[in-house]
Each structure stands twice: as C-alpha cells, then as structure tokens.
Design a protein around this ligand. Sequence first.
Ligand SMILES: [Zn+2]
Ligand SMILES: [Zn+2]
Length: 259
Amino acid sequence: MIVDYHMHLRDAQERIDHTVEGVERFVETAAARRVDEIGFTEHVYYFAQTREIWQVPYDVERCVYDIEPYCDAVLEAKRRGFPVKLGLEVDYVGPRQARLAELLEPYPWDFLLGSVHHVDGLAIDQEPGIWADSTVEEVWRRYFTALAELAASGFVDVLAHPDLPKIFGRRPAEPEAFYPDLRGVALEISTAGLRKPVGELYPDPALLEARPPITLASDAHAPALVAEDFDRALELARQAGYETVTVFDGRRPRQEQLG
Ligand SMILES: [Zn+2]
Ligand SMILES: [Zn+2]
C-alpha cells in the first residue's frame, strides 16, 4: 500500500479549489502514479470557523473560507468511491491548541497533521521570521520544543515535515542533540524538502531510528505534484527498516504492508 497523506486542495495554479472536481484531479495523478489512497490536509488557518485563533497577519489574511465545502468535497468524493481521506494540516498555536481542537471537533477527520510553522509568532519556514534574531541553535531548540509539545498533546495524529528548520540548509553541528522523543504520533516522510533550498527529504534518518509509525507525503499544492519523488521517500523508508505504512480511518491508525 502506498499513501500520500499531505496535500492541499488547489487547482493547477495553486488557487483554493474546494470542489469534488478539484478532488478528482488529485485522484487522477494518484492513480497514474500507483498511489492507493490520498489524504487532503488543507491549512487550518484558511477556515473562518477558526478565526479567533489567528494572530499572525499571514494567517489572518487567509482566514476567509468556509470549512463546510472543503469537508463536503472530500466526503462526497469518498461516497463516490474515490480512495480519499479527510484531513487537515493543524498549526501549533501554543496555549490556544486546546481551543483550536475544540473548534475542529465537529468534523469527521480521518487524521490530523500537526505542523509547527510558527513559534511565538515567528515563522520557521519564511525569512526573516525567527531567523532574524535567533541563532541556528536557538531556532532548532525552540522548534523541537514546540514539536514535542504538539506530539504529546493528543490533538494531532501525524507530524508534518518533522525537521522543518533545516529548510534553508542551516543546521547546528549536532542536529541529533535537538531531536526530542516523539512517541504517540506518526511521522511523515515528506518529499517537499527536495523542492526547498535544503534539497533533502524530511525527516533526517536519525529521527526514524526509534521506528515511529510513518506516512508518506508530497505536500502537493497542485494536482500534478501528488506523490512527487515518492521513489526517494520509499527508498528512505526501506533503508530505515520499514515494512509497513500507517493508514487512518476516523483518527484510528492501523499498519498496512508498505509498497
Ligand atoms: Zn506545512
Ligand atoms: Zn502542507
């Protein structure tokens, strides 16, 4: 079984397209690339139902879409027999995490991705962001402290792009010293890092040494990018000793044979 559990429901120009037709375009690429199941994970900050959570201008500006058409598009595609799952990419928001979870509670998620894009309102994956006045060591320490908190919260099922702070290619002398214990959640093996300045898969193989459950992820923001570079993701999974991949239904994980 091959899954791609991280993608954003957009059109070819990466504009929001929360429709069944939009879902079908992703399903077509998945079928062509022999992916058995795909999971949609739109950024949570796009949805007006979560408006009270957001403080950073980047999030506030985007927080104008209704969550219902998004859920309905994926659920309708599911009813039509397409191999799709309903997910969301949920940001780390520190003390507001429990309130965010409460706002998301009414919807029938198959899984929730957890992402740390900001720490204390400062972006990890944009410049200048947190990089303006933190050393590389400080960025890594602050990021992984937040990631560990999110993992332990129980509010998310999978950690997205787990070692995101390597995005610009800057890393401390001993990155392993910053990796926390991330038990209780799955980690995604993401090919998105190959398309960033660092040019590597997320995560570093050292983060897979304790053999946490895994998913596979492209982080596609357009239909053509579903399962992009998955040969590389599968190679990393196999080298790390994995024989299974995690599949989710209604936030319940199970292991299926990988490949
Ligand atoms: Zn992300
Ligand atoms: Zn994403």
